[in-house]
Write a protein that binds this ligand. Structure first.
Ligand code: HEC
Ligand code: HEC
Ligand code: HEC
Ligand code: HEC
Ligand code: HEC
Length: 134
């Protein structure tokens, strides 16, 4: 019985996935793992070396990078531009530290982009988000 339990526990640990919630109390900056989130187009996902500063056992394959938010390639989106405009991560991604599994806080359809651009008096010109004339 006891061996069984130990094996089950071990299997659980091996399957454990990264969650923001489990790391919330460490108060890491988002950019500790998402290096481009304030300066570049892409926020990017962390590599295993970033995890290894605390977890020696992590290998490259162990890090998940599921996609919850995605815009098509023909759309121009830049994290850096929004950070420069003081739009908080939470305005688009919600309170990720409270989430055990990331849920989509806000849609990334054109209508959703435009809705916020209108209320925050940002541009709604087609050419800001699309390359015109191709
Ligand atoms: C600054 C230190 C630090 C970094 C960096 C860090 N972690 Fe953690 N991680 C912790 C701590 C501390 C815990 C334990 C939290 C707790 O007890 O709930 C933990 C818990 C976990 C757990 C849960 C383990 C279990 O037994 O349920 C997983 C999975 C995990 N981390 C994966 C990752 C991954 C993947 C990365 C890189 C993307 C990462 N961690 C980066 C400190 C860190
Ligand atoms: C210790 C590293 C670490 C820190 C700190 C961290 N993240 Fe993450 N984040 C990850 C990893 C690993 C994933 C991919 C796994 C997942 O979805 O949970 C991820 C996924 C995400 C995603 C989902 C992207 C997508 O399309 O799937 C968002 C949004 C996100 N993080 C936002 C944030 C925000 C906002 C903060 C700061 C409040 C933050 N993260 C802090 C490691 C981190
Ligand atoms: C104005 C809305 C908005 C804000 C603000 C925002 N994001 Fe995003 N985020 C998105 C969209 C849209 C995508 C999908 C981008 C794509 O597909 O190219 C995304 C994708 C991501 C991803 C997936 C990896 C990647 O590089 O695409 C992560 C991680 C992420 N965001 C983290 C953050 C963090 C951390 C912040 C704050 C510093 C932040 N985001 C601020 C809308 C936003
Ligand atoms: C929560 C509000 C919000 C959402 C949602 C949002 N944006 Fe924005 N966006 C802004 C603000 C505010 C600015 C202006 C930043 C500045 O002036 O520095 C901006 C600026 C931009 C710019 C730069 C425009 C220029 O003047 O060159 C682009 C491109 C852009 N957003 C694309 C998008 C796309 C694509 C989406 C949807 C996937 C989106 N945004 C969703 C608030 C938002
Ligand atoms: C703030 C950013 C933004 C602006 C401004 C914007 N779009 Fe879009 N557009 C998007 C996003 C994001 C998508 C992809 C998601 C979707 O299909 O809703 C998209 C998709 C599209 C599509 C493809 C729709 C489909 O069903 O495949 C067309 C066509 C389009 N936009 C035309 C325009 C025109 C014309 C304008 C100017 C009147 C415009 N867009 C302004 C963000 C924007």
């Amino acid at each position: 019985m006891r061996t069984m339990l130990v094996i089950l526990l071990a299997a659980n640990i091996a399957k454990a996935e990264f969650t923001h919630k489990r790391h919330a109390e460490l108060n890491l900056k988002c950019t500790f793992c998402h290096k481009g989130a304030e300066t570049a187009e892409r926020a990017t996902f962390p590599g295993w070396k970033t995890c290894n500063s605390c977890h020696a056992e992590w290998s490259e394959q162990a890090i998940p990078s599921r996609r919850v938010y995605k815009v098509p390639d023909f759309v121009f989106f830049s994290h850096g531009r929004h950070a420069a405009g003081k739009v908080a991560c939470a305005a688009c991604h919600g309170d990720v530290k409270a989430q055990a599994v990331l849920i989509r806080h806000r849609d990334t359809k054109m209508a959703d982009c435009i809705a916020c651009h209108k209320t925050s008096k940002a541009t709604v010109q087609c050419s800001a988000c699309h390359e015109i004339g191709q």
